[in-house]
Design a protein around this ligand. Structure first.
Ligand SMILES: [Zn+2]
Length: 248
């Protein structure tokens, strides 16, 4: 099994696209290996079926360029930090050995998002314990492994970000990845007209997505950006990462 550089974990099949899709697309373009783990199949969502949502998730993963997209099949709306759920995620951490984890922030509107935050942190810790034995898909014991960097993406509730990622050149591609979830978000001529209206299914959803990306972009002097909270202390090898060469 080939390793991943970055693993993004979401509660529901469209969470990752909306919150850090641009960042993932950019990493893939730069040649890094990116994977996605959805914790539920989104079966409690007001719109769409499990089968449709799985197709949409696969299409979105292809647009992003993610090399794997796994689903833990935890119960939507009732995610809990059980030993079973922790172990399922530990197996994936040890299998794919990502350096960076992207996951929900600790304080969120949807209870599942907060639970996934706690689940990821528990699995991150357990995954490094040598005496916690897990088996890989081949039935062999897995090596302990702990990812290096923990970053939370932003969902409904805002926080003061630790850093922003410039997604200006991939924003249109992020929109396409989110549009792949046409059962959830408003895509003219594609989204089904039946089903209850939600925050996402209204045309105004696209304004919300763009306004936030524009605002974060403005804060760092670019057109579009995504914001992150760093749980891992951030260090720089030199301040020169922010310097530009100028002619004398
Ligand atoms: Zn969600």
């Amino acid at each position: 099994m080939e390793q991943l550089d970055v693993l993004a974990i979401g509660a529901h099949p469209d969470d990752v696209e909306m919150s850090c899709g641009g960042t993932l697309i950019k990493l893939v373009r730069e040649g890094w290996r990116v994977g996605i783990v959805d914790c539920t199949r989104g079966e409690l969502g007001s719109r769409g079926t499990v089968a449709v949502r799985a197709q949409e998730a696969a299409a979105a993963a292809a647009l992003i360029g993610a090399v794997v997209r796994e689903n833990l099949e935890l119960p939507d709306g009732r995610i809990e930090v059980t030993l079973e759920a922790i172990t399922a995620l530990v197996r994936l951490f040890r299998l794919y050995r990502p350096q960076i984890l992207l996951f929900p922030p600790p304080f969120e509107r949807h209870p599942d998002h907060e639970q996934v935050h706690r689940l990821v942190r528990a699995a991150y810790f357990h995954s490094g314990l040598a005496k916690l034995v897990t088996q890989g898909p081949d039935g062999q014991p897995q090596e302990p492994y702990r990812p290096r960097l923990l970053f939370c993406y932003m969902q409904a509730y805002e926080f003061e970000p630790s850093f922003y990622v410039d997604i200006s050149d991939v924003y249109a591609d992020k929109v396409r990845a989110v549009q792949a979830h046409a059962s959830q978000v408003y895509v003219p001529g594609v989204s089904p007209q039946d089903g209850p209206e939600t925050v996402l299914s209204r045309p105004e959803f696209w304004d919300m997505l763009e306004v936030r990306a524009r605002y974060f972009g403005m804060r760092i002097g670019v057109r579009y950006a995504e914001a992150f909270l760093a749980l891992t202390p951030l260090g720089l090898p030199t301040l020169a990462v922010w310097l530009e060469r100028r002619s004398a």
